[in-house]
Design a protein around this ligand. Structure first.
Ligand code: UDX
Ligand code: UDX
Length: 444
């Protein structure tokens, strides 16, 4: 089998290097500089395991990169993994999907291989049918189900564990338009995962698109709900949302995952997907207030962290260390990271902000410019600070001990926005304030 992946962003690159462990793969992107770098083995993103698979794919020649769609005519399957960012009204912006569908159609015009197009990018229900299918049909001059196949096939990988999630997913979801694509999808996935691979769920194209939105909306809802529960916990001295979350999550119907209170969810998916899902449900004339609340709680969370800090110390003129800029650990992605609304608010309040992140500093500099001071390490960041706010649970930040904070800071006030430290240990030694922890000065 020969496979193409169109759009080599986070999802496309992780998908392509994994597919190339089994099948001959060409990964195609309009960004020529990116293609040249990848050919030279340079990874554009921080993702565990990516460099190794890229190198072995290039060495074995099973993985190639191109900025041209010409090779699609000889491929058996084409995965669309271009971005679907938010438009101003919250809906998804489909220009990359349109561009890719048009290009794919034109490129397979003379193909006799009956290639199957898999739509992996996250799109609202109905998009494959109303946008991708007509464009590929128009530009290929062929009918879906005859000259080519089409299948909605959402991905569920998480940044930071993208390779692991792609090689061992919980499930594969297929929404085929035709028998051709269902047959090829089964052969492809059985060949890739073997006979004891993940469960394969087959549904309609819209059903598959809805599985993705439903999953992300439910996960985001868990996060916002635990953040609301965190605020209630804070009203009662000694009450800790971590205990409450565990008590909730031990119910096997609910589960312990995605009940970690913090400064809110960020990243390239949850915020945009919940917004797009809200817009599409509203367009259907449905009540989307549950999704509105999820987003509203999330938007308020950075301000809430600022308020927690203000309860412990004033911000005006203070040296404030913000520890962590990536939207979560193990990635350099800062898209929708909660650290940024937090930093803007701290600056508005007259704080002097210095920042540290082990890998996301270059990306952060393009946004924060000269408004903040860039530190070279976590220790350097807290040196001489009056307040430290721990935002991303990187190992380098988690490993700061109470003694480090006491030794380095001018006045040791720590706001643990991610609940990465033990309140007993830190609370006894420093002024320690945390999301979801009923305030109690535990120092002797
Ligand atoms: C992905 C998904 O595709 C998106 O729908 C999902 O919700 C989140 O993950 P991501 O991998 O983050 O998006 O996208 P991004 O990092 O923006 O990369 C998209 C790539 O596609 C870019 O490199 C861009 O140059 C490329 N592209 C875009 C093409 O190659 N062709 C096009 O026509 C448009
Ligand atoms: C998410 C989905 O998990 C994945 O299935 C989908 O394909 C893409 O979107 P990702 O955005 O990479 O993946 O990260 P995820 O681990 O889900 O975290 C998203 C955000 O929620 C992060 O900012 C994280 O810190 C936050 N989060 C997550 C919490 O605040 N609490 C939690 O309990 C879990």
């Amino acid at each position: 089998m020969k496979i193409a992946v169109v759009g080599v962003g986070y999802v496309g690159l992780s998908t392509a290097v994994c597919i190339a462990t089994k099948y001959s793969t060409v990964a195609i992107d309009v960004n020529e500089a990116r293609v040249l770098n990848l050919r030279a083995g340079k990874v554009p993103i921080h993702e565990r395991g990516l460099k190794g698979l890229l190198t072995s794919g290039l060495e074995s020649k099973k993985l190639g990169f191109s900025s041209s769609l010409a090779s699609l005519a000889s491929c058996d399957a084409v995965f669309i993994t271009v971005g679907t960012p938010s438009a101003a009204d919250g809906s998804i912006e489909l220009s990359q999907i349109r561009n890719a569908s048009t290009g794919i159609g034109a490129a397979i015009r003379d193909s006799t291989k009956k290639p199957v197009v898999f739509l992996k990018s996250t799109v609202v229900p109905g998009t494959a049918r109303s946008v991708v299918r007509p464009l590929v049909e128009k530009y290929s001059g062929m009918n879906c189900g005859n000259g080519f196949g089409l299948c909605s096939n959402p991905e569920f990988l998480r940044e930071g564990s993208a390779i692991k999630d792609t090689l061992a997913p919980d499930r594969v979801v297929l929404g085929p338009f035709d028998d051709l694509s269902l047959r090829l999808a089964r052969t492809f996935y059985e060949g890739f995962y073997g006979r004891n691979g993940p469960e394969v769920l087959v549904t309609t194209p819209e059903g598959a698109e809805l599985v993705k939105y439903g999953s992300n909306a439910l996960l985001a809802t868990k996060v916002s709900l635990i953040n609301l529960i965190a605020k209630v916990s804070e009203k009662f001295p000694g009450t800790d949302v971590q205990d409450v979350a565990r008590g909730i999550g031990l119910d096997h119907r609910l589960g312990l995952h995605f009940l970690q209170a913090g400064p809110g969810f960020g990243g390239s998916c949850f915020p945009k997907d919940v917004r797009a899902f809200r817009k599409s449900t509203t367009d259907f004339g449905l009540d989307s207030s549950i999704l509105e609340s999820v987003l509203k709680i999330n938007e308020e969370q950075p301000q809430h962290v600022v308020e927690l800090a203000e309860k412990a110390t004033s911000l005006q003129g203070r040296e404030i260390a913000v520890l962590g800029l990536a939207f979560k650990p193990d990635t350099d992605d800062i898209r929708e990271s909660r650290s940024f609304p937090l930093i803007w608010r701290l600056l508005e309040r007259g704080g002097k902000v210095r920042v540290y992140d082990p890998v996301a500093m270059p990306a952060a500099k393009t946004v924060l410019k000269s408004r903040v001071v860039y530190s070279t390490s976590a220790q350097d960041c807290i040196k001489g600070a009056d307040l430290a706010i721990a935002m991303t649970a990187w190992r380098q930040i988690k490993s700061l001990t109470p003694a480090d904070y006491l030794k380095q800071m001018r006045s040791p006030v720590l706001v643990d926005a991610r609940r990465m430290y033990d309140p007993d240990e830190y609370g006894r030694k420093l002024r320690y304030v945390a999301v979801g922890l009923g305030s109690e000065d535990r120092r002797p």
